[in-house]
Design a binder for this molecule. Structure first.
Ligand SMILES: C=CC1=C(C)c2cc3[nH]c(cc4nc(cc5[nH]c(cc1n2)c(C)c5CCC(=O)O)C(CCC(=O)O)=C4C)c(C)c3C=C
Ligand SMILES: [Fe+2]
Length: 502
Protein backbone atom coordinates (compact mmCIF):
# COMPACT_ATOMS: atom_id res chain seq x y z
CA UNK A 1 0.00 0.00 0.00
CA UNK A 2 1.40 3.35 -0.97
CA UNK A 3 0.30 6.47 0.87
CA UNK A 4 0.59 9.82 -0.87
CA UNK A 5 3.64 11.66 0.39
CA UNK A 6 3.03 14.68 2.61
CA UNK A 7 4.22 16.94 -0.20
CA UNK A 8 1.78 15.35 -2.63
CA UNK A 9 -1.04 15.74 -0.12
CA UNK A 10 -0.16 19.39 0.46
CA UNK A 11 0.04 20.06 -3.28
CA UNK A 12 -3.31 18.36 -3.84
CA UNK A 13 -4.90 20.34 -1.03
CA UNK A 14 -3.46 23.59 -2.33
CA UNK A 15 -4.72 22.82 -5.82
CA UNK A 16 -8.12 21.97 -4.41
CA UNK A 17 -8.32 25.18 -2.42
CA UNK A 18 -7.29 27.16 -5.47
CA UNK A 19 -10.04 25.53 -7.49
CA UNK A 20 -12.79 25.55 -4.95
CA UNK A 21 -12.15 28.54 -2.71
CA UNK A 22 -12.42 28.29 1.04
CA UNK A 23 -14.91 25.83 2.46
CA UNK A 24 -18.08 27.10 4.08
CA UNK A 25 -17.34 28.52 7.48
CA UNK A 26 -17.91 26.41 10.52
CA UNK A 27 -16.85 27.25 14.02
CA UNK A 28 -13.42 25.99 15.04
CA UNK A 29 -15.04 23.94 17.79
CA UNK A 30 -17.18 22.12 15.22
CA UNK A 31 -14.22 21.50 12.97
CA UNK A 32 -12.13 20.18 15.83
CA UNK A 33 -14.81 17.87 17.17
CA UNK A 34 -15.55 16.59 13.66
CA UNK A 35 -11.90 15.86 13.10
CA UNK A 36 -11.78 14.04 16.44
CA UNK A 37 -14.88 12.01 15.63
CA UNK A 38 -13.49 11.12 12.23
CA UNK A 39 -10.21 10.02 13.81
CA UNK A 40 -12.03 7.91 16.40
CA UNK A 41 -14.19 6.31 13.73
CA UNK A 42 -11.10 5.60 11.67
CA UNK A 43 -9.27 4.06 14.62
CA UNK A 44 -12.29 1.94 15.53
CA UNK A 45 -12.66 0.64 11.98
CA UNK A 46 -9.08 0.40 10.83
CA UNK A 47 -8.48 -3.20 9.94
CA UNK A 48 -5.57 -4.75 11.75
CA UNK A 49 -2.30 -4.98 9.88
CA UNK A 50 -2.34 -8.01 7.70
CA UNK A 51 0.21 -10.43 8.95
CA UNK A 52 1.93 -12.70 6.51
CA UNK A 53 0.86 -15.84 8.30
CA UNK A 54 0.99 -19.49 7.47
CA UNK A 55 -2.44 -18.99 5.99
CA UNK A 56 -0.98 -16.94 3.19
CA UNK A 57 -0.88 -19.89 0.82
CA UNK A 58 -4.57 -20.56 1.37
CA UNK A 59 -5.32 -16.88 0.93
CA UNK A 60 -3.44 -16.69 -2.34
CA UNK A 61 -5.40 -19.66 -3.63
CA UNK A 62 -8.62 -17.98 -2.42
CA UNK A 63 -7.69 -14.77 -4.16
CA UNK A 64 -6.88 -16.57 -7.37
CA UNK A 65 -10.16 -18.48 -7.26
CA UNK A 66 -12.13 -15.29 -6.63
CA UNK A 67 -10.36 -13.48 -9.42
CA UNK A 68 -10.77 -16.39 -11.78
CA UNK A 69 -14.49 -16.53 -11.08
CA UNK A 70 -14.82 -12.87 -11.85
CA UNK A 71 -12.46 -12.68 -14.76
CA UNK A 72 -13.80 -15.87 -16.35
CA UNK A 73 -11.23 -16.08 -19.01
CA UNK A 74 -10.01 -12.50 -19.01
CA UNK A 75 -6.56 -11.35 -17.92
CA UNK A 76 -5.17 -12.60 -14.62
CA UNK A 77 -6.15 -9.91 -12.20
CA UNK A 78 -5.10 -8.24 -8.98
CA UNK A 79 -1.37 -8.43 -9.43
CA UNK A 80 -0.65 -4.78 -9.81
CA UNK A 81 -1.53 -1.60 -8.07
CA UNK A 82 -4.80 0.23 -8.36
CA UNK A 83 -4.83 3.58 -10.07
CA UNK A 84 -3.60 6.65 -8.25
CA UNK A 85 -6.70 7.92 -6.44
CA UNK A 86 -8.25 11.11 -7.67
CA UNK A 87 -8.95 14.23 -5.72
CA UNK A 88 -12.64 14.52 -4.77
CA UNK A 89 -14.46 14.95 -8.05
CA UNK A 90 -17.17 17.14 -6.66
CA UNK A 91 -14.87 19.97 -5.60
CA UNK A 92 -16.06 23.26 -6.97
CA UNK A 93 -16.57 26.94 -6.20
CA UNK A 94 -18.22 27.21 -2.81
CA UNK A 95 -16.79 30.44 -1.58
CA UNK A 96 -19.91 32.56 -1.56
CA UNK A 97 -21.75 32.30 1.70
CA UNK A 98 -25.28 33.50 1.15
CA UNK A 99 -26.28 36.48 3.20
CA UNK A 100 -29.96 36.11 2.44
CA UNK A 101 -32.20 37.50 5.09
CA UNK A 102 -35.54 35.84 4.75
CA UNK A 103 -38.42 37.26 6.73
CA UNK A 104 -41.68 35.65 7.66
CA UNK A 105 -40.49 32.09 7.26
CA UNK A 106 -40.58 31.35 10.97
CA UNK A 107 -41.85 27.97 12.14
CA UNK A 108 -45.46 27.37 13.05
CA UNK A 109 -45.12 28.65 16.61
CA UNK A 110 -43.50 31.90 15.54
CA UNK A 111 -46.03 32.40 12.81
CA UNK A 112 -48.94 31.82 15.21
CA UNK A 113 -47.57 34.48 17.52
CA UNK A 114 -47.20 36.93 14.67
CA UNK A 115 -50.68 36.60 13.22
CA UNK A 116 -52.23 37.62 16.57
CA UNK A 117 -51.88 41.33 15.62
CA UNK A 118 -52.75 42.86 12.24
CA UNK A 119 -49.42 44.63 11.66
CA UNK A 120 -47.48 41.61 12.80
CA UNK A 121 -49.57 39.48 10.43
CA UNK A 122 -48.39 41.62 7.57
CA UNK A 123 -44.79 40.98 8.59
CA UNK A 124 -45.47 37.26 8.68
CA UNK A 125 -46.75 37.41 5.14
CA UNK A 126 -43.53 39.01 3.89
CA UNK A 127 -41.58 36.22 2.32
CA UNK A 128 -39.18 38.14 0.14
CA UNK A 129 -35.66 39.30 0.81
CA UNK A 130 -35.48 42.65 2.50
CA UNK A 131 -32.38 43.75 0.59
CA UNK A 132 -31.14 42.68 -2.81
CA UNK A 133 -28.13 40.39 -2.61
CA UNK A 134 -25.30 40.43 -5.10
CA UNK A 135 -24.72 37.14 -6.87
CA UNK A 136 -22.70 34.88 -4.66
CA UNK A 137 -19.94 32.55 -5.81
CA UNK A 138 -22.38 29.84 -6.81
CA UNK A 139 -24.58 32.11 -8.92
CA UNK A 140 -21.83 33.94 -10.75
CA UNK A 141 -19.70 30.89 -11.60
CA UNK A 142 -19.64 30.36 -15.37
CA UNK A 143 -18.20 27.64 -17.61
CA UNK A 144 -17.29 28.32 -21.20
CA UNK A 145 -19.35 26.87 -24.02
CA UNK A 146 -16.54 27.37 -26.52
CA UNK A 147 -13.29 25.41 -26.49
CA UNK A 148 -11.58 22.25 -27.70
CA UNK A 149 -13.95 20.05 -25.71
CA UNK A 150 -17.58 20.51 -24.78
CA UNK A 151 -18.26 21.52 -21.19
CA UNK A 152 -20.02 19.07 -18.89
CA UNK A 153 -17.39 16.33 -19.18
CA UNK A 154 -14.24 17.10 -17.19
CA UNK A 155 -15.82 19.73 -14.95
CA UNK A 156 -17.51 18.78 -11.66
CA UNK A 157 -21.12 17.56 -11.86
CA UNK A 158 -23.55 20.23 -10.70
CA UNK A 159 -26.40 20.20 -8.22
CA UNK A 160 -29.18 19.79 -10.81
CA UNK A 161 -29.03 17.69 -13.93
CA UNK A 162 -31.39 17.04 -16.82
CA UNK A 163 -30.68 14.33 -19.35
CA UNK A 164 -32.81 14.23 -22.47
CA UNK A 165 -32.93 12.49 -25.82
CA UNK A 166 -34.66 13.81 -28.93
CA UNK A 167 -35.63 12.04 -32.14
CA UNK A 168 -35.51 13.90 -35.43
CA UNK A 169 -38.98 14.39 -36.87
CA UNK A 170 -39.91 12.31 -39.93
CA UNK A 171 -38.57 14.20 -42.92
CA UNK A 172 -36.05 16.23 -40.94
CA UNK A 173 -32.85 15.92 -42.96
CA UNK A 174 -29.21 16.84 -42.53
CA UNK A 175 -29.95 20.51 -43.26
CA UNK A 176 -32.68 20.61 -40.63
CA UNK A 177 -30.37 18.88 -38.13
CA UNK A 178 -27.63 21.43 -38.84
CA UNK A 179 -30.04 24.33 -38.32
CA UNK A 180 -31.19 22.77 -35.04
CA UNK A 181 -27.63 22.33 -33.74
CA UNK A 182 -26.87 25.92 -34.73
CA UNK A 183 -29.90 27.20 -32.78
CA UNK A 184 -29.13 25.01 -29.78
CA UNK A 185 -25.46 25.97 -29.70
CA UNK A 186 -26.20 29.71 -29.84
CA UNK A 187 -28.70 29.39 -27.00
CA UNK A 188 -26.39 27.24 -24.88
CA UNK A 189 -23.52 29.71 -25.38
CA UNK A 190 -25.71 32.64 -24.27
CA UNK A 191 -27.14 30.84 -21.25
CA UNK A 192 -23.75 29.56 -20.09
CA UNK A 193 -22.43 33.12 -20.27
CA UNK A 194 -25.36 34.34 -18.18
CA UNK A 195 -27.05 36.15 -21.08
CA UNK A 196 -30.73 35.99 -21.95
CA UNK A 197 -31.05 34.61 -25.49
CA UNK A 198 -32.76 36.92 -27.98
CA UNK A 199 -36.50 36.44 -27.91
CA UNK A 200 -36.58 34.66 -24.58
CA UNK A 201 -39.13 36.40 -22.41
CA UNK A 202 -39.95 33.40 -20.22
CA UNK A 203 -38.41 35.03 -17.14
CA UNK A 204 -37.64 31.63 -15.60
CA UNK A 205 -33.96 32.32 -14.99
CA UNK A 206 -34.19 36.10 -14.69
CA UNK A 207 -32.15 37.43 -11.74
CA UNK A 208 -29.92 34.36 -11.65
CA UNK A 209 -26.31 34.12 -12.77
CA UNK A 210 -25.12 31.24 -14.94
CA UNK A 211 -24.71 29.00 -11.88
CA UNK A 212 -22.08 26.83 -13.63
CA UNK A 213 -24.58 25.86 -16.32
CA UNK A 214 -23.31 23.40 -18.90
CA UNK A 215 -25.14 22.12 -21.97
CA UNK A 216 -23.58 19.16 -23.78
CA UNK A 217 -24.81 17.70 -27.08
CA UNK A 218 -24.34 14.18 -28.49
CA UNK A 219 -25.46 12.01 -31.41
CA UNK A 220 -26.96 8.54 -31.08
CA UNK A 221 -26.40 5.74 -33.58
CA UNK A 222 -29.72 6.38 -35.36
CA UNK A 223 -28.87 10.06 -36.04
CA UNK A 224 -26.51 9.04 -38.83
CA UNK A 225 -29.10 7.05 -40.80
CA UNK A 226 -31.73 9.76 -40.45
CA UNK A 227 -29.39 12.45 -41.78
CA UNK A 228 -27.82 10.39 -44.58
CA UNK A 229 -24.49 10.35 -42.76
CA UNK A 230 -24.20 6.58 -42.16
CA UNK A 231 -20.73 6.58 -43.74
CA UNK A 232 -19.56 8.99 -41.04
CA UNK A 233 -20.89 6.91 -38.15
CA UNK A 234 -17.99 5.96 -35.86
CA UNK A 235 -17.34 2.27 -35.25
CA UNK A 236 -17.43 3.06 -31.54
CA UNK A 237 -21.20 3.62 -31.82
CA UNK A 238 -21.89 -0.10 -32.28
CA UNK A 239 -24.79 -1.03 -29.95
CA UNK A 240 -23.77 -1.93 -26.42
CA UNK A 241 -23.90 -5.68 -25.67
CA UNK A 242 -26.77 -7.04 -23.59
CA UNK A 243 -25.98 -7.57 -19.89
CA UNK A 244 -27.78 -9.88 -17.50
CA UNK A 245 -28.54 -7.02 -15.07
CA UNK A 246 -30.40 -5.18 -17.86
CA UNK A 247 -34.11 -4.52 -17.56
CA UNK A 248 -34.07 -1.83 -20.22
CA UNK A 249 -37.04 0.26 -21.27
CA UNK A 250 -36.55 0.98 -24.99
CA UNK A 251 -38.77 4.07 -24.79
CA UNK A 252 -36.40 5.60 -22.27
CA UNK A 253 -33.23 4.48 -24.03
CA UNK A 254 -31.18 5.59 -27.06
CA UNK A 255 -32.43 8.49 -29.25
CA UNK A 256 -31.04 10.45 -32.23
CA UNK A 257 -29.79 13.41 -30.20
CA UNK A 258 -28.72 13.55 -26.56
CA UNK A 259 -28.56 16.59 -24.32
CA UNK A 260 -26.98 16.77 -20.88
CA UNK A 261 -27.71 19.89 -18.82
CA UNK A 262 -26.21 20.67 -15.42
CA UNK A 263 -26.43 23.78 -13.21
CA UNK A 264 -26.11 24.67 -9.57
CA UNK A 265 -29.61 26.14 -9.63
CA UNK A 266 -32.80 24.24 -10.49
CA UNK A 267 -34.48 27.17 -12.29
CA UNK A 268 -31.41 27.82 -14.43
CA UNK A 269 -31.23 24.13 -15.38
CA UNK A 270 -34.96 23.87 -16.17
CA UNK A 271 -34.85 27.08 -18.18
CA UNK A 272 -32.12 25.67 -20.42
CA UNK A 273 -34.02 22.43 -20.95
CA UNK A 274 -37.27 24.22 -21.75
CA UNK A 275 -35.64 26.58 -24.25
CA UNK A 276 -33.95 23.71 -26.07
CA UNK A 277 -37.20 21.79 -26.18
CA UNK A 278 -39.01 24.83 -27.62
CA UNK A 279 -36.26 25.42 -30.14
CA UNK A 280 -36.46 21.83 -31.34
CA UNK A 281 -39.63 23.10 -33.02
CA UNK A 282 -40.75 20.85 -35.85
CA UNK A 283 -37.25 19.40 -36.35
CA UNK A 284 -37.13 17.04 -33.36
CA UNK A 285 -39.36 15.60 -30.64
CA UNK A 286 -38.47 14.78 -27.08
CA UNK A 287 -38.00 11.00 -26.72
CA UNK A 288 -37.23 10.78 -23.00
CA UNK A 289 -36.08 13.06 -20.23
CA UNK A 290 -34.80 12.47 -16.70
CA UNK A 291 -33.92 14.69 -13.76
CA UNK A 292 -31.01 14.20 -11.38
CA UNK A 293 -29.28 15.93 -8.54
CA UNK A 294 -26.09 16.16 -6.54
CA UNK A 295 -24.94 17.92 -3.42
CA UNK A 296 -25.41 21.70 -3.27
CA UNK A 297 -22.14 23.66 -3.14
CA UNK A 298 -21.58 24.69 0.45
CA UNK A 299 -23.79 21.92 1.88
CA UNK A 300 -20.82 20.25 3.54
CA UNK A 301 -18.30 21.75 5.93
CA UNK A 302 -15.52 21.18 3.41
CA UNK A 303 -15.53 20.39 -0.31
CA UNK A 304 -15.72 16.62 -0.60
CA UNK A 305 -16.59 13.81 -2.98
CA UNK A 306 -20.37 13.48 -3.22
CA UNK A 307 -22.36 10.59 -1.76
CA UNK A 308 -24.85 8.55 -3.76
CA UNK A 309 -28.27 7.37 -2.53
CA UNK A 310 -26.74 4.21 -1.03
CA UNK A 311 -24.79 6.57 1.20
CA UNK A 312 -21.38 5.81 -0.27
CA UNK A 313 -18.76 8.35 -1.18
CA UNK A 314 -18.75 7.89 -4.94
CA UNK A 315 -16.23 9.23 -7.45
CA UNK A 316 -12.98 8.95 -5.47
CA UNK A 317 -10.98 6.93 -7.95
CA UNK A 318 -12.10 8.80 -11.04
CA UNK A 319 -9.44 9.83 -13.54
CA UNK A 320 -8.59 13.47 -12.93
CA UNK A 321 -7.67 16.15 -15.48
CA UNK A 322 -4.14 16.40 -14.05
CA UNK A 323 -3.45 12.69 -14.80
CA UNK A 324 -0.92 12.35 -17.63
CA UNK A 325 -3.21 10.00 -19.56
CA UNK A 326 -6.46 11.87 -18.86
CA UNK A 327 -6.83 13.48 -22.31
CA UNK A 328 -6.05 10.31 -24.27
CA UNK A 329 -8.39 8.20 -22.11
CA UNK A 330 -11.33 10.58 -22.22
CA UNK A 331 -11.10 12.49 -25.54
CA UNK A 332 -10.84 11.16 -29.08
CA UNK A 333 -7.24 11.78 -30.20
CA UNK A 334 -6.04 13.57 -33.31
CA UNK A 335 -6.19 11.31 -36.39
CA UNK A 336 -7.09 13.53 -39.34
CA UNK A 337 -6.97 10.68 -41.84
CA UNK A 338 -9.48 8.49 -40.03
CA UNK A 339 -13.19 8.44 -40.92
CA UNK A 340 -13.94 9.79 -37.44
CA UNK A 341 -11.86 12.96 -37.92
CA UNK A 342 -14.94 15.02 -37.06
CA UNK A 343 -14.87 13.43 -33.57
CA UNK A 344 -11.36 14.67 -32.63
CA UNK A 345 -11.58 16.34 -29.22
CA UNK A 346 -14.91 14.64 -28.62
CA UNK A 347 -15.81 11.82 -26.27
CA UNK A 348 -18.26 8.93 -25.99
CA UNK A 349 -20.91 9.07 -23.31
CA UNK A 350 -22.46 5.87 -21.99
CA UNK A 351 -25.65 6.64 -20.13
CA UNK A 352 -27.35 4.13 -17.80
CA UNK A 353 -30.31 4.78 -15.55
CA UNK A 354 -29.47 2.41 -12.70
CA UNK A 355 -32.16 1.82 -10.11
CA UNK A 356 -30.89 0.96 -6.65
CA UNK A 357 -32.79 -1.76 -4.78
CA UNK A 358 -32.62 0.32 -1.64
CA UNK A 359 -34.95 -1.79 0.50
CA UNK A 360 -32.63 -4.78 0.14
CA UNK A 361 -29.50 -2.65 0.44
CA UNK A 362 -30.67 -0.89 3.60
CA UNK A 363 -31.26 -4.29 5.23
CA UNK A 364 -27.57 -5.19 4.95
CA UNK A 365 -25.39 -4.55 7.98
CA UNK A 366 -22.84 -1.75 7.66
CA UNK A 367 -20.06 -4.34 7.62
CA UNK A 368 -21.60 -6.18 4.66
CA UNK A 369 -22.32 -2.96 2.78
CA UNK A 370 -18.68 -1.97 3.13
CA UNK A 371 -17.55 -5.41 1.99
CA UNK A 372 -19.73 -5.16 -1.12
CA UNK A 373 -18.01 -1.94 -2.19
CA UNK A 374 -14.56 -2.49 -0.65
CA UNK A 375 -14.54 0.91 1.03
CA UNK A 376 -15.68 2.31 4.36
CA UNK A 377 -18.98 4.14 4.28
CA UNK A 378 -18.07 6.83 6.79
CA UNK A 379 -15.11 8.30 4.96
CA UNK A 380 -14.68 6.28 1.76
CA UNK A 381 -11.33 4.79 2.83
CA UNK A 382 -10.46 1.49 1.10
CA UNK A 383 -10.73 -1.60 3.32
CA UNK A 384 -7.04 -2.16 2.63
CA UNK A 385 -6.42 0.80 4.94
CA UNK A 386 -5.66 4.51 5.00
CA UNK A 387 -7.90 7.39 4.07
CA UNK A 388 -10.20 8.07 1.11
CA UNK A 389 -7.32 9.01 -1.18
CA UNK A 390 -4.96 6.21 -0.16
CA UNK A 391 -4.04 3.97 -3.06
CA UNK A 392 -6.15 0.80 -3.02
CA UNK A 393 -4.13 -2.32 -2.18
CA UNK A 394 -5.90 -5.23 -3.87
CA UNK A 395 -3.20 -7.65 -2.71
CA UNK A 396 -3.59 -7.04 0.99
CA UNK A 397 -4.71 -9.82 3.31
CA UNK A 398 -6.19 -9.63 6.76
CA UNK A 399 -4.87 -11.44 9.81
CA UNK A 400 -7.38 -14.27 9.24
CA UNK A 401 -5.96 -14.82 5.77
CA UNK A 402 -8.91 -13.36 3.87
CA UNK A 403 -8.57 -10.58 1.32
CA UNK A 404 -9.00 -7.09 2.75
CA UNK A 405 -10.93 -6.20 -0.41
CA UNK A 406 -13.13 -9.18 -1.25
CA UNK A 407 -12.99 -11.04 -4.56
CA UNK A 408 -16.40 -9.67 -5.59
CA UNK A 409 -15.99 -6.17 -4.07
CA UNK A 410 -17.14 -3.50 -6.53
CA UNK A 411 -13.83 -1.59 -6.51
CA UNK A 412 -11.86 -4.77 -7.24
CA UNK A 413 -14.06 -5.91 -10.11
CA UNK A 414 -14.27 -2.38 -11.62
CA UNK A 415 -10.63 -1.44 -11.10
CA UNK A 416 -8.47 -0.71 -14.18
CA UNK A 417 -5.94 -3.10 -12.61
CA UNK A 418 -8.30 -6.04 -13.09
CA UNK A 419 -9.59 -4.80 -16.46
CA UNK A 420 -6.44 -4.53 -18.57
CA UNK A 421 -6.26 -0.83 -17.77
CA UNK A 422 -9.81 0.04 -18.92
CA UNK A 423 -10.77 3.47 -17.59
CA UNK A 424 -13.69 5.85 -17.78
CA UNK A 425 -14.69 9.12 -16.16
CA UNK A 426 -17.86 8.67 -14.12
CA UNK A 427 -19.95 11.84 -13.86
CA UNK A 428 -23.30 10.89 -12.42
CA UNK A 429 -26.44 12.46 -10.99
CA UNK A 430 -28.64 10.80 -8.38
CA UNK A 431 -32.33 10.57 -9.19
CA UNK A 432 -35.52 10.04 -7.22
CA UNK A 433 -38.85 9.65 -9.01
CA UNK A 434 -41.13 8.85 -6.07
CA UNK A 435 -42.04 5.37 -4.85
CA UNK A 436 -43.24 2.26 -6.66
CA UNK A 437 -46.49 0.43 -5.84
CA UNK A 438 -44.68 -1.84 -3.39
CA UNK A 439 -43.31 1.18 -1.53
CA UNK A 440 -39.77 0.80 -2.83
CA UNK A 441 -38.04 4.05 -3.81
CA UNK A 442 -37.75 4.60 -7.56
CA UNK A 443 -34.30 6.02 -7.06
CA UNK A 444 -30.72 5.46 -8.10
CA UNK A 445 -28.06 6.83 -10.36
CA UNK A 446 -28.17 8.55 -13.75
CA UNK A 447 -24.78 7.07 -14.52
CA UNK A 448 -22.78 8.80 -17.27
CA UNK A 449 -19.38 7.37 -18.20
CA UNK A 450 -17.04 9.30 -20.51
CA UNK A 451 -14.23 7.76 -22.54
CA UNK A 452 -12.35 8.07 -25.82
CA UNK A 453 -13.52 4.57 -26.78
CA UNK A 454 -16.36 2.68 -25.05
CA UNK A 455 -14.73 -0.62 -26.01
CA UNK A 456 -11.76 0.36 -23.84
CA UNK A 457 -13.86 1.86 -21.07
CA UNK A 458 -17.44 1.04 -20.12
CA UNK A 459 -17.99 -2.17 -22.12
CA UNK A 460 -15.25 -4.45 -20.69
CA UNK A 461 -15.81 -3.16 -17.16
CA UNK A 462 -19.58 -3.61 -17.27
CA UNK A 463 -19.10 -7.10 -18.76
CA UNK A 464 -17.02 -8.01 -15.75
CA UNK A 465 -19.30 -6.31 -13.22
CA UNK A 466 -22.21 -8.19 -14.76
CA UNK A 467 -20.53 -11.50 -13.93
CA UNK A 468 -18.91 -10.97 -10.59
CA UNK A 469 -19.80 -7.72 -8.82
CA UNK A 470 -21.32 -8.05 -5.33
CA UNK A 471 -23.08 -4.72 -5.90
CA UNK A 472 -24.99 -5.85 -8.99
CA UNK A 473 -27.48 -7.79 -6.80
CA UNK A 474 -28.70 -4.39 -5.61
CA UNK A 475 -28.97 -2.71 -9.02
CA UNK A 476 -31.24 -2.74 -12.10
CA UNK A 477 -30.14 -1.06 -15.30
CA UNK A 478 -33.40 0.42 -16.64
CA UNK A 479 -32.31 2.70 -19.49
CA UNK A 480 -29.29 2.89 -21.70
CA UNK A 481 -27.72 5.04 -24.37
CA UNK A 482 -24.43 5.47 -26.17
CA UNK A 483 -23.69 8.82 -27.77
CA UNK A 484 -20.91 10.38 -29.83
CA UNK A 485 -20.25 13.76 -28.22
CA UNK A 486 -18.27 15.92 -30.67
CA UNK A 487 -15.51 18.27 -29.58
CA UNK A 488 -16.27 21.84 -28.65
CA UNK A 489 -16.64 24.68 -31.11
CA UNK A 490 -15.29 28.20 -31.58
CA UNK A 491 -17.46 31.33 -31.22
CA UNK A 492 -19.71 31.61 -34.27
CA UNK A 493 -19.60 27.85 -34.89
CA UNK A 494 -21.93 25.16 -33.64
CA UNK A 495 -21.42 21.74 -32.08
CA UNK A 496 -21.30 19.04 -34.75
CA UNK A 497 -20.52 21.47 -37.59
CA UNK A 498 -17.53 19.39 -38.73
CA UNK A 499 -19.85 16.39 -39.15
CA UNK A 500 -22.85 18.17 -40.63
CA UNK A 501 -20.92 20.42 -43.01
CA UNK A 502 -17.81 18.28 -43.54
C1 LIG B 1 -19.38 -0.02 -15.80
C2 LIG B 1 -18.93 0.77 -14.89
C3 LIG B 1 -19.55 1.05 -13.58
C4 LIG B 1 -20.86 1.03 -13.18
C5 LIG B 1 -22.08 0.69 -14.01
C6 LIG B 1 -20.90 1.41 -11.80
C7 LIG B 1 -22.04 1.53 -11.02
C8 LIG B 1 -22.08 1.94 -9.70
N1 LIG B 1 -21.02 2.20 -8.87
C9 LIG B 1 -21.46 2.58 -7.64
C10 LIG B 1 -20.68 2.95 -6.52
C11 LIG B 1 -19.29 3.04 -6.51
N2 LIG B 1 -18.44 2.81 -7.54
C12 LIG B 1 -17.14 3.01 -7.13
C13 LIG B 1 -16.00 2.86 -7.89
C14 LIG B 1 -15.98 2.54 -9.26
N3 LIG B 1 -17.03 2.18 -10.06
C15 LIG B 1 -16.62 1.98 -11.33
C16 LIG B 1 -17.38 1.60 -12.43
C17 LIG B 1 -18.77 1.44 -12.43
N4 LIG B 1 -19.64 1.64 -11.40
C18 LIG B 1 -15.20 2.19 -11.35
C19 LIG B 1 -14.32 2.09 -12.58
C20 LIG B 1 -14.81 2.53 -10.07
C21 LIG B 1 -13.39 2.85 -9.60
C22 LIG B 1 -12.66 1.60 -9.25
C23 LIG B 1 -11.28 1.91 -8.76
O1 LIG B 1 -10.41 2.21 -9.59
O2 LIG B 1 -11.04 1.87 -7.56
C24 LIG B 1 -17.16 3.38 -5.75
C25 LIG B 1 -15.93 3.65 -4.87
C26 LIG B 1 -15.48 5.07 -4.89
C27 LIG B 1 -14.93 5.55 -6.20
O3 LIG B 1 -13.78 5.28 -6.55
O4 LIG B 1 -15.68 6.18 -6.92
C28 LIG B 1 -18.48 3.41 -5.36
C29 LIG B 1 -19.02 3.76 -4.00
C30 LIG B 1 -22.86 2.55 -7.68
C31 LIG B 1 -23.76 2.87 -6.51
C32 LIG B 1 -23.25 2.16 -8.95
C33 LIG B 1 -24.60 1.98 -9.52
C34 LIG B 1 -25.68 2.54 -9.11
FE1 LIG C 1 -19.03 2.03 -9.40
Amino acid sequence: MTERSQDEEKAAQAAETAQTGPAAQTGPATQASKAKQAKQAQQAQQPGKAAKTGKAGKAVAEAKAAEAAVAAGTAKAGTGRAEQPARPAQARSANGVSRRRLLGTAGAAGAAGLVAGGAAGAVAAETVRKEPDPLNGVGSAARSFHGAHQAGIADPAQTCGHLAAFDLAPGADRKAAAALLRRWSATAADLMAGKTPTGDDSGVALDAGPCSLTVTFGFGRTFFDRTGLASKRPAALEPLPAFTADALDPKRSDGDLWVQIGADDALVAFHALRLLQQQAGSAARLRWQMNGFNRTPGATARPMTARNLMGQIDGTNNPKPSDPDFATRIYVPEDPSGPDAWMVGGSYAVFRRIRMLLDSWDNLSLERQEKVIGRRKSDGAPLSGGTETTRVDLDKFQADGSLAIAGDAHIRVASPVTNRGAKMLRRAFSYHDGFLDDGAPDAGLLFVAWQADPLKGFVPVQRKLDRGDGLSRFLRHESSGLYAVPGGCAPGEYVGQRLLEG
